[in-house]
Ligand binder design. Structure first.
Ligand code: GLU
Length: 469
């Protein structure tokens, strides 16, 4: 293990596609680790829930992280000590720790069946009490335990929560927190099939991996005092915890598809650039001030835990698209060229094409539409376009047609001189004639993309349309 003054981690459960919520958690942890003080970012795969976890999801998660440039210093696919990094491969490490708690009676076997527990929970809820384990197996004698094991019953292992204490800790985001231990029941740390339970392996691994700071979703807030007690009982060092407010839709409800939220994979497929997602998410619940589009390194240098907000962060798809626009403006031309795919842009014009169009597109499909518009065929004009063409008059297009030069294409300056037109009355009909659209990229750039033959063809067509009623 490297020695790191700050060591953070992302600990996803590989149960499905990565969403914006867990991506933001990963990003905040990475930004905290890569600040000026220097540190390490660890990736740990929490796959102890065998039914819901899959190797496929773990691989997909790692691919998404790498696509976004969120590479980890320690974790799967990295050489070096400190692993294994998948919890499913750490059973032996956990098995060494349980006896410590059993011998000191800080943990005890529990034989309650799922049905009994369910029944207790329902009764408590009906009585408007918070559901918690009632301690049925807390006082079983060694003889009773032996007898029940002898009958083939397989117990879970529960942590004995000390009575009458208040756990106090300072949350990195929410400040000082107090939790009375009498309010939570003893909790399971090993399942009946001998696999480690979440509360246990999640806390233990943070300690064993030397994690110093944990930023995670507020949905884990109730786990923290329990995990602090557990680590204390094991004599292991706890990280500092910080709980991030949830991401909600603009209506304040938990983030869902209807708010425009999609999986990271779906956003990637739609053409969102890593820089757009990172810049947007870095600001979702963290105040950066007015610093514009930044790389990860700059975002990390300006990241401060004190700047994380305490109220829910509202996901706004328009803001995400704003950052997409910034990222497109900043993207290397080669990246935008890949957006063209099989579009019919001549090879020698691809670079120029993306440079002319970059200010007008945000996504690959928009760039491809422009390629079709410029190099393919134009859709029939609607009535308002026809009106503008008629207003300009067939003569205007004939004049332009005659100015098309075999070597230099069409010079806007010459057209201005010859027709005496300028501004909108010159550009609008010309733009409509050449692209069928009233808006679009700068005309001079557009003219450079069109061969004299295509220019003539489109001007001729516009002239004909101007003549028809
Ligand atoms: N595997 C847990 C989750 O995905 C990790 C919680 C934590 O970050 O501590 O929610």
């Amino acid at each position: 293990m490297q020695s790191c003054p700050i060591k953070t981690r992302f600990a996803p459960s590989p149960t499905g596609l990565m969403h914006l919520g867990n991506l933001r958690t990963a990003l905040f942890n990475l930004l905290l680790a890569r600040g000026p003080a220097g540190g390490c970012f660890v990736l740990r795969i929490e796959d102890t829930d065998r039914e819901r976890s899959s190797a496929w999801a773990a691989t997909a998660l790692m691919q998404e992280l790498l696509w976004l440039g969120l590479d980890w210093d320690e974790g799967p696919q990295r050489a070096g000590p400190g692993g294994p990094w998948r919890q499913s491969e750490r059973a032996a490490l956990y098995a060494e720790l349980y006896p410590r708690l059993e011998q000191s009676r800080q943990a005890y076997p529990c034989f309650c069946s799922d049905r009994e527990l369910q029944y207790q929970r329902e009764a408590q809820l009906a009585a408007r009490q918070p559901p918690r384990y009632l301690g049925t197996c807390r006082r079983l004698t060694d003889a009773e335990i032996r007898a029940r094991r002898g009958r083939g019953e397989r117990p879970t292992l529960r942590f004995r929560v000390p009575a009458g204490r208040t756990v106090v800790y300072s949350d990195l985001v929410r400040g000082e927190q107090h939790a009375a231990t009498d309010e939570f029941g003893d909790f399971i740390i090993r399942r009946a099939d001998a696999s480690a339970a979440f509360l246990f392996c999640n806390a233990v691994d943070d300690a064993l991996m030397g994690i110093t700071h944990v930023l995670r979703g507020e949905d884990h807030l109730a786990n923290t005092p329990r995990q602090l007690l557990l680590l204390e009982a094991l004599g292991l060092r706890a990280p500092r915890y910080g709980h991030l407010p949830m991401i909600v839709g603009l209506d304040g409800a938990p983030l869902a598809k209807r708010h425009g939220s999609r999986s990271v994979a779906a956003l990637r497929e739609a053409g969102y650039l890593p820089g757009a997602l990172l810049n947007y998410l870095a600001r979702l619940g963290h105040a950066y001030g007015d610093i514009g589009l930044q790389g990860l390194k700059e975002l990390a240098y300006a990241f401060e835990v004190q700047r994380i907000g305490r109220s829910p962060a509202h996901f706004d798809p328009q803001q995400l698209d704003y950052w997409q626009q910034q990222a497109v403006a900043d993207a290397p031309a080669a990246v935008l060229e890949t957006w063209l795919g099989g579009a019919r842009v001549p090879a020698e014009q691809r670079r120029r094409f993306v440079e002319v169009l970059r200010a007008n597109v945000r996504f690959p499909n928009e760039l491809q539409d422009w390629a079709e518009r410029i190099y393919g065929s134009l859709p029939p004009p609607d009535e308002s376009a026809r009106e503008i063409l008629r207003g300009a008059g067939a003569e205007f297009f004939e004049t332009a047609l005659h100015l098309v030069d075999e070597d230099g294409g069409l010079s806007l300056q010459r057209l201005r001189q010859v027709t005496g037109l300028r501004g909108r009355s010159l550009f609008l009909p010309l733009r409509l004639a050449l692209t069928g659209e009233p808006h679009g990229p700068e005309l001079a750039g557009l003219l450079m993309l069109m061969s004299p033959q295509r220019l003539r063809e489109r001007l001729r067509r516009a002239g004909e349309l101007a003549r028809t009623r």
